[in-house]
Design a protein around this ligand. Structure first.
Ligand SMILES: Cc1ncc(COP(=O)(O)O)c(C=O)c1O
Length: 375
């Protein structure tokens, strides 16, 4: 056997790959509400923009290392118009093949080996991979369900970076009031860089406005935000996202990419511009679809969890019931909560990123099992 570098040894099991395997093993009749893979693709004008761009002869060479200037300008315009944040497209925007890539690259760019990176408990499992690949030490800051899943940053230790994510995967809440300001204050006090993951920024319900961490006074001095085309535009398989905010951190990400990548396929970038510059109603339609499905699932549950955004519902399971038992007894797969951190034990995440029909069938099977468990 070849010796493996310790950073590979340190990688946790890939949670979502394991989940897919278990669902496949459970048989064809399983209803998969475990995975967060948007089932509605991009608007047709975006696909057409890709087709048009791909048929041009001048797009098949290496793309500019740091992204098309017009794409960086388009994301800066979105930040100005939708989130009220000014970005310098040349210094404060990095273009990446998806934010899953950014999660790892930011850890590598911010932490020396042995430095601490703080994650929240629970959090998106792939953050653990970034910590491992950077050779960093893991620290956890609990999210308090009784306090809107806010972290206690007054008592958090200093770190090379703190990853936050609102609207939260898996907790499905928007940032509780004051959390972004507390994060800036914590960063100013300790020198920690804040990495905010805004993957679900536009998928917020009940009339809420999308909220960027960077709109908080002082945020750009202490942190960056990851923003993806995957959720707002249903472009998860296209692999395109951004790191925006603090110019020094953006420069580090760009430097790493100068040495490890050759830009993003130009037609993809052209299509991303078409999406970003297209009518906002396409984003609204996606949000409305998930909100409607959220209402449908919550109405069928014996106890109603809070769900303010994303396309997930985070369920506290009653005693004696866990996702493995639910899968066997109902044929419905949920994402087991412990994959999101130690506090996720006894929780499960249900996904709304399935067709209406799949969700309806899932609810038909889940609702009686949950009602019986609560009875
Ligand atoms: C919180 C969070 N961050 C990042 C990602 C990855 O997004 P991308 O498709 O840009 O890699 C996901 C995908 O599910 C996510 O839930």
């Amino acid at each position: 056997m070849l010796p493996r570098p310790d950073r590979l040894e340190r990688l946790p099991p890939q949670y979502f790959a394991g989940l897919l395997r278990r669902v496949a093993e459970a048989g064809a009749d399983v209803i998969d509400l475990g995975r967060g893979n948007p089932e509605v693709g991009p608007p047709s004008h975006v696909v057409e923009a890709l087709q048009r761009a791909a048929s041009r002869p001048d797009v098949h060479g290496y793309a500019p290392f740091r992204g098309l200037p017009s794409l960086r300008a388009a994301i800066a315009a979105r930040y100005r118009e939708v989130y009220g944040v000014e970005l310098d497209p040349d210094r404060e925007v990095a273009v990446l093949p998806g934010t899953k890539t950014a999660i790892v690259e930011l850890a590598v760019c911010l932490a020396q080996r042995g430095d601490r990176i703080l994650l929240t408990d629970p959090c998106y499992p792939d953050y653990y991979s970034g910590v491992a690949l950077a050779g960093a030490e893991l620290g956890l800051v609990p999210l308090d369900p009784a306090n809107g899943f806010a972290p206690d940053l007054d008592n958090a230790p200093e770190a090379a970076a703190l990853y936050l994510n609102y609207p939260s995967n898996p907790c499905a809440v928007c940032a509780p009031p004051g959390v972004f300001a507390a994060a800036v204050a914590y960063a100013e006090r300790t020198g920690t860089v804040i990495v905010h993951d805004a993957a679900y920024i536009d998928l917020v319900f009940d009339g809420r406005a999308p909220a960027s961490f960077l709109a908080t006074p002082g945020a750009k001095e202490v942190g960056v935000e990851m923003w993806t085309m995957s959720k707002s535009y249903g472009m998860a398989g296209w692999r395109i996202g951004f790191v925006v905010g603090n110019a020094e951190v953006v420069e580090r990400v760009n430097l790493l990419n100068d040495h490890s990548r050759c830009g993003v396929y130009m037609p993809l970038q052209e299509a991303a511009i078409a999406a970003l510059e297209g009518p906002e109603r396409f984003v609204d339609e996606r949000r409305d679809t998930y909100e409607r499905r959220r209402d449908q699932l919550l109405a069928a549950l014996p106890e109603r969890p809070v769900c303010e955004g994303t396309f997930y519902v985070w369920l506290r399971l009653p005693d004696g019931l866990d996702p493995a038992r639910l899968l066997v007894e109902t044929g419905v797969a949920l994402a087991p909560g412990e994959g999101f951190g130690p506090s996720g034990e006894r929780w499960a995440r249900a996904s709304l990123a399935v067709t209406d029909e799949t969700l309806a069938r899932g609810i038909e099977r889940l609702a009686p099992a949950l009602a019986a468990a609560y009875a």
